[in-house]
Design a protein around this ligand. Structure first.
Ligand SMILES: Nc1ncnc2c1ncn2[C@@H]1O[C@H](COP(=O)(O)OP(=O)(O)O)[C@@H](O)[C@H]1O
Ligand SMILES: N[C@@H](CCC(=O)OP(=O)(O)O)C(=O)O
Length: 271
């Protein structure tokens, strides 16, 4: 059987809205629970973990009994503010159950561009990791609109997670989404799409099969995941894109099982 060599101690895990919220808009309690269980178990093993979690708007929509994400940026920001505290309440409950401490870290992409704020952010992360606390990161949606205003920019938590992985010198970025990995065409549109198990470099061809930015309203789609993956490859790190419907898949990824898509310059796959 095919296996992979994955040596990772410092790991950034990114989970998308699609994994945390059911298609009917309700909170996916199994995902929250299994994510907390998995990360707590790995934390107990001595791994250093940072969770980048989307879902503030999704949880906010559910809390306010709204079915559709509003188009107005201010309304989305208000929902993110409502949902973010609820999101952290959900995580606090589940992580408490597994006796694991967590912390909320809200960032904007540009924080890392300024030496002073970059240092403050890094010091915070390092103190939390030294104290065995799992930082849970989201973009600070009140002051940043790059995730929300897809008419002007296409930043999102996929890229934020890559920026965090890069600055925190993580070995591995795991991106959990609603899809089993990166396919040769969008599997939501083409039933005969094939999963690509290993990607060593990302060029125009890969971006073409990922579809345009924001292929699904309100998210970055596969495009932003590829930008994140490209950054990881260029920096000699690795990224695995896998299905987040059961976050215990992270155990399989770390055990070297060939799940999802591994983005890595080195060939880490063996027969
Ligand atoms: N080549 C491709 N392989 C896999 N998924 C693709 C591809 N092209 C486009 N997609 C779309 O990207 C989606 C995942 O991105 P997104 O909806 O932003 O998820 P998340 O909320 O987890 O960030 C998939 O559900 C799929 O519709
Ligand atoms: N920061 C916002 C938007 C995040 C977002 O849409 O991202 P994703 O689900 O990862 O594509 C939130 O937490 O809802």
């Amino acid at each position: 059987m095919e296996t992979r060599t994955i040596n990772a101690n410092r790991i950034v895990v990114k989970v998308g809205t699609s994994s945390l919220i059911h298609p009917n808009g309700a909170v996916n309690l199994e995902t929250f629970d299994q994510l907390a269980y998995t990360l707590s178990a790995l934390n107990n093993q001595g791994k250093e973990l940072i969770l980048v979690s989307s879902g503030a708007i999704g949880v906010g929509l559910n809390k306010m009994h709204l079915k559709k994400r509003p188009t107005e940026i201010g309304a989305q920001q208000a929902l993110a503010a409502i949902g973010q505290s609820e999101l952290m309440t959900l995580f606090t409950q589940r992580f408490d159950h597994y006796l694991t401490d967590i912390a909320q870290v809200l960032l904007t992409h540009d924080i890392f561009d300024y030496p002073k704020s970059n240092k403050f952010a890094m010091d915070t992360f390092n103190c939390l990791l030294n104290d065995n606390v799992i930082p849970i990161v989201n973009e600070n949606d009140t002051v940043a609109t790059d995730e929300l205003d897809h008419h002007t920019t296409f930043g999102d938590n996929d890229q934020l997670s890559a920026i965090v992985a890069s600055h925190m010198n993580a070995d591995l970025l795991i991106v959990l989404s609603d899809i089993d990995g990166f396919y040769d065409q969008n599997p939501k549109k083409f039933a005969d799409a094939n999963l690509i198990s290993n990607v060593a470099s990302i060029n125009d061809d890969e971006f073409t099969i990922a579809g345009g930015a924001g292929s699904r309203f309100g998210t970055g789609g596969m495009h932003t995941k590829l930008i994140a993956a490209k950054r990881m490859i260029d920096e000699d790190r690795a990224m695995v894109l896998a299905n987040g419907k059961d976050p215990r898949i992270i155990f399989d990824i770390l055990a070297g099982k060939p799940v999802g898509t591994l983005f890595s310059k080195e060939c880490m796959t063996h027969e």
